[in-house]
Design a protein. Structure first.
Length: 160
């Protein structure tokens, strides 16, 4: 019993030591339901905080495509994500520290089932926070080490 109490106390102390992470705080504010009415990329997106507030999951359902999941989390004083793609790979991306105000720009730094240098994968993501209820995502797909296309998705928060 003493061990359980000690572990609980340590966990609570660790939670109190969390540093403010502006990029992660921006992602956390997205929690809820979003949708795109773009003709090219209609989709529904859900953001949800999890694991005691240490992650935010993004679940994206696009018409005629498999559902994809992206998990955002703090990485030291930075921000990272893992994108579980319908291509069957899982690129890991880190946010650049020098992103413009109102944007987060993530770039691939490895992953599972892929080699960033040559395999087809989502290589980068730019998230632009237009306002509290509008968001733009620009996903860059690479193949053979070169950008092949950019998928732009404009999202609006669903109102209850």
């Amino acid at each position: 019993m003493k061990t359980i109490l000690a572990l609980t106390a340590l966990a609570l102390l660790a939670q109190g030591e969390k540093k403010f992470n502006p990029g992660y705080e921006s992602i956390k504010k997205l929690e809820g339901e979003w949708e795109s009415s773009d003709k090219d990329h209609p989709c529904k997106v859900s953001y949800k905080s999890g694991s005691g507030g240490s992650i935010v999951t993004e679940s994206m359902s696009m018409a005629n495509h498999a559902e994809m999941l992206t998990v955002y989390h703090p990485d030291g004083d930075g921000l990272a994500l893992t994108h579980y793609c319908m291509l069957g790979n899982q690129p890991h991306m880190k946010a650049e520290k020098e992103s413009k105000a109102g944007t987060l720009h993530f770039v691939c730094d490895g992953g599972s089932n892929l080699k960033c240098a040559g395999d087809k994968h989502m290589h980068s993501l730019t998230v632009t926070f237009v306002d509290a209820d509008h968001l733009k995502q620009e996903w860059a797909m690479f193949d053979g080490g070169k950008e092949q296309m950019i998928v732009t998705i404009n999202l609006a928060r669903k109102k209850a």
